[in-house]
Design a protein around this ligand. Sequence first.
Ligand code: SF4
Ligand code: SF4
Length: 477
Amino acid sequence: MSTQPPAQRKPNLDSVTTINQDGSRYFLHPADVQGRFTRWRRMVGALLLVIYVALPWIPINGFPAVFFDLAERRFHFFGLTFVTEDLWIAFFLFTGLGFSLFYITALAGRLWCGWTCPYTVFLEHIYRRIERIIDGDAPSRRRLDAAPWTGGKIARRVIKHALFLLVSAGIAHIFLSYFVSIERLYGYMRQSPLDHAKAFGVVTFLTFALYGSFAWFREQFCIILCPYGRIQSALTDDNTMVIGYDYQRGEPRGKASDPNAGACVNCSRCVQVCPTGIDIRNGLQLECIGCAACVDACDEVMDRLKRPRGLVRYDSLNGLDGKRTRIIRPRVILYTGFLLLGLAMMLTFMSRLHSSSAEVTRLTGQPYYVTDDAVRNQYELRMVTKRNVETTFTVRVVDAPPGLQLSGLEESIVIPPQSEVTRPFFALMPKDDYKGKFILKLQIDVSPGDYHVEDSVDFLGPSAYLFNEEREKAKAP
Ligand code: SF4
Ligand code: SF4
């Protein structure tokens, strides 16, 4: 392995670096880089990985901190429980997240992509690290790619891809635990895959999808597939913080010893470290994920040359042009407004969420029955508790004409933890007291929690006039 590695391809603005002229793939091997942003990015990546792995293990109110309970159709989120009818709140959650992303992009460009996107975190902090450990630095990896298939190369490839598969299986299992819980997943793992074919199928598919993405597809996802990458140009403007090259200071490029040259010594370090294979000196490009690797690479070069850092830096296009950067501008105000509005609405609605709910609805079928001595309406009481304890519901009549009675409900109904129970019941109105249709107002007391819900339903019957006529007729000798 002492031969010179194949040279890295020179990027240009007319083609995507990772695609060869004949349409085949050009495999990138970004060089290692050290520096303050790389250090910070690693710390952020490590923190996010810890959070991803830990969340299904942290119990809050008897459930994992984040748990999409598919079997029970419930979503547990840091102690709050949402059932399917609370799903509308997700609208505010997702629009809130969307506007947060718009807001961050308008202010700081693709900070999300380069620092926190799960795809980048997995690729940069796990898969590329494994590759570096097995195959060596960037020149060694390029050399190994070009080398003939020897025993050593086969062994390295087998070890590397086995580790990639293992990590992919780990990520896929953790992902599944967000939907079935760690305990149940552990139970599944100790039984035959055929006993849980669906879960096994999901994990297998996910494992190979992750393996294919991170072992082969890699940065292509960001360059070709990711929709966020496509819309970012509509969200940014000349005042957005991006990673850019100070061409006024850097041009004309030349040797460090050349007194007429700019600060850029054309060493290509910023290109070598770029995970999407672009040259930031060609201006802001769609492929740039804002990872700041080129900033650290260039700062390293500037330090060695004893020149000021920041030839490649975080700045706005206006800043790089020597103009003033405006932080507060119409689009930032608009996105902030939408963000705050969404947040306020979400918090308001969430604060009104109860851990139990009850409602009364009319049973389908005939609207009312007239028996020998009463008018009867049929309803259904639906009780839901998201709590992990037994919950008691007590129904009381709050407002109804005298004589009305409820029938078919116990005084207090106790339902099991985490359950949904329905009970049919009747409201009976003696014929003599019935004076026509009215609204029946009920109060349902819920315990524990000690709160109540009020619900109103129509009590229907025959037209009072006809009914009275009929009644008089019936009384006549
Ligand atoms: S140009 Fe710089 S910031 Fe953009 S992806 Fe490449 S290395 Fe990262
Ligand atoms: S690392 Fe800095 S000096 Fe070297 S080519 Fe890039 S911009 Fe120029």
